[in-house]
Design a binder for this molecule. Structure first.
Ligand code: PAN
Ligand code: ZN
Length: 185
């Protein structure tokens, strides 16, 4: 039967099987102000890759969806685990789905009232991010954390709204993974 082969995900590597659209690498130097230990951040070479996003080509416009995979390196800045910058969607009502592919970590979610919570992410985990909810991936493991994401193309990214950071930080303390509440102001 006439049919075409859609792009796929190779489960072992967590990568798309086909060469695709955009690839964006975020390096340590791009993440100024994201990690609380500024001296530890400055000690890491600016060109050190922290995460990479690969995206499928897809239609854009109202009702269309973006599909991307984030590959987040293992590592820490001081005692704080590597993480994505994190964002609200510019169109706040737009949600997203994350799906764990490889590695282990946490998905940090925070509503507009500043209430934060964590979900464990691992291969096969499905995460429904409702609208009006900021989100950030945190790699607490020792291998690359890869997660597929599907979100409306019209959602947009608002990074500025969280310029003062999330209400929770995830650190390693006494050899254990700990979540610490941040006191603002
Ligand atoms: C993801 C994120 C990706 C990178 O595709 O954009 O994980 O994180 P930052 O955008 O916070 O740097 C997504 O949530 N898209 O909406
Ligand atoms: Zn998003």
């Amino acid at each position: 039967i006439p049919s075409s082969m859609p792009p796929g995900v190779a489960f072992l590597s967590g990568q798309f099987t086909a060469e695709n659209g955009i690839k964006k690498i975020t390096r340590c130097g791009d993440l100024s102000g994201v990690f609380y230990d500024r001296a530890a951040w400055q000690a890491i070479p600016v060109d050190t890759p922290v995460y990479r996003v690969e995206m499928l080509r897809s239609p854009q416009g109202e009702g269309e969806l973006f599909v991307g995979i984030t590959h987040l390196q293992p590592g820490r800045v001081g005692d704080e685990f590597y993480m994505t910058r994190g964002h609200f969607h510019q169109r706040r009502e737009q949600g997203e789905v994350y799906f764990g592919l490889r590695g282990t970590g946490l998905l940090l979610l925070q509503n507009e009232q500043g209430v934060a919570r964590l979900e464990q992410i691992s291969p096969g985990s499905v995460h429904i991010i409702p609208g009006f909810t900021a989100h950030r991936l945190i790699n607490t493991g020792s291998e690359v954390l890869s997660a597929l994401a599907v979100w409306p193309s019209v959602a947009g990214h608002d990074y500025a709204a969280l310029a003062h950071g999330f209400a929770l930080r995830v650190i390693e303390q006494d050899g254990k993974i700990q979540a610490k509440e941040v006191q603002h102001g």
